[in-house]
Ligand binder design. Structure first.
Ligand code: GLA
Length: 404
């Protein structure tokens, strides 16, 4: 009897310790996170007014209704550590403190995110997390943070898996569910290990506000939309609900043309990318809002099947991207990456694709008839019994949903 009780107790202890074992928070980011981040437009010029006004604009413009949720302050909100080592927000720019700001964002029905870095200093030279992981996680939990972007500057010879796992464990120990966004630029193949550590991981260096260019900054390069897109090849097998490839934040509304913005946004949705707007939501024009809040295109990104799409074919600078969706539906986006218009003709009779990753088949030949919906025109455009012909302007897309 005594023995049985002992083993029962031991069993309970073992079970409890397994259950409590540090891990990432489960059940978060089951679809790619959507929100806004200050960096692309404002860099270090952040303040509590900006964050509050952005939260207001997120609601007022309908972006919240379209699914955007997280308001994330990127670098430069922090200035020092106090005598006990706790991180201190810039008192000039954030006089009410971070907790009050998080409360404000929450009161709008939105979620609140913040930024730090695994090294000694952030990329903007501010105090970062190394050696303070558990302490910072406590502050974040106390303030009501829902999302942490964790960068990779000034990390010397730190081991990336170790550094990010330490922060994951610290967040878990602090007890508040926080989406953990890894930002080590794809340097250490995060697609192979970050699934156990965080909910999304950057796959490349920083995006640059251009459609097709590389910006050389001397010691580092930033990449245009096409360059970032091309770097995603081979990564889709590692993404899924709760763990996404992150090709960086959106540049929609920061100066690209409408066509380019539409193409950028559509391809990010085809890649099941996190949709983190990076423009000034307070003053965006109608065109920008139309792109960012196209619910039908967003639905492709947010599809609950959670399968990242893929480039199926390339011909004469026109790429055919496919993404399997729930209920046997498919998204098909034709991307014209050239600087002149292209006439495309899709003969559905010869269209047959097997995606071995998702085990889905798109077979429009013979008896399988799908209806077609143009997701930018927002109207039905026939079905797969007839070949489909269209002209795609330079640097633009044509996105169709195939449904029964
Ligand atoms: C790195 C990140 C960017 C941004 C800046 C902030 O470059 O990749 O997304 O967070 O740091 O300094």
């Amino acid at each position: 009897m005594k023995n049985t009780r002992f083993f029962l107790l031991l069993g309970c202890v073992l079970l409890a310790s397994t259950v409590m074992q540090a891990q990432k928070f489960q059940g978060l980011a089951l679809t790619p996170p959507m929100g806004w981040n200050s960096w692309n437009k404002f860099a270090c010029n952040v303040s509590e007014e900006l964050i509050r006004e952005t939260a207001d604009a997120m609601v007022a413009t309908g972006m919240k209704d379209a699914g955007y949720e997280y308001i994330v302050i990127d670098d430069c909100w922090q200035v020092s550590r106090d005598s006990l080592g706790f991180i201190v927000a810039d008192p000039k720019r954030f006089p009410s403190g971070i907790k009050a700001l998080a409360d404000y964002v929450h009161a709008k029905g939105l979620k609140f995110g913040i930024y730090s870095c695994a090294g000694n200093k952030t990329c903007g030279g501010r105090p970062a997390g190394r050696g303070h992981e558990y302490q910072d996680a406590l502050s974040y939990a106390k303030w009501g943070v829902d999302y942490l972007k964790y960068d990779w500057c000034d990390t010397e010879n730190l081991n990336a898996i170790g550094a990010y796992t330490t922060m994951r464990d610290a967040l878990f120990a602090a007890g508040r569910p926080i989406v953990f966004s890894l930002c080590e630029w794809g340097n250490n193949k995060p697609e192979l290990w970050a699934k156990e550590v965080g909910h999304l991981w950057r796959t490349t260096g920083d995006i640059y506000n251009c459609f097709d260019c590389v910006q050389n900054n001397g010691t580092w390069k930033a990449f245009g939309v096409m360059q970032i897109m091309d770097k995603q090849d081979g990564l889709r097998k590692n993404a899924g609900p709760g763990h996404w490839n992150d090709p960086d934040m959106l540049e929609v509304g920061n100066g690209m043309s409408l066509n380019e913005s539409r193409a950028h946004f559509s391809i990010w949705c085809m890649m099941a990318a996190p949709l983190i707007a990076g423009n000034d939501l307070r003053s965006m024009n109608a065109e920008t809002l139309t792109v960012l809040s196209n619910k039908e295109v967003i639905a492709i990104d947010q599809d609950s099947l959670g399968v990242q799409g893929f480039r199926h074919a390339v011909k004469d600078s026109v790429e055919t991207w496919l993404k399997p969706l729930k209920n046997g539906e498919w998204a098909v986006c034709l991307l014209n990456r050239s600087t002149t218009p292209r006439v495309v003709a899709l003969d559905w009779k010869t269209f047959s694709v097997i995606d071995s990753l998702s085990n889905r088949t798109l077979n429009t030949s013979a008896k399988e008839v799908y209806k077609l919906r143009d997701l930018w025109l927002k109207k039905n455009v026939g079905d797969t019994r007839k070949p489909f012909k269209a002209t795609i302007p330079a640097r633009d897309v044509l996105c169709l949903k195939l449904f029964k």
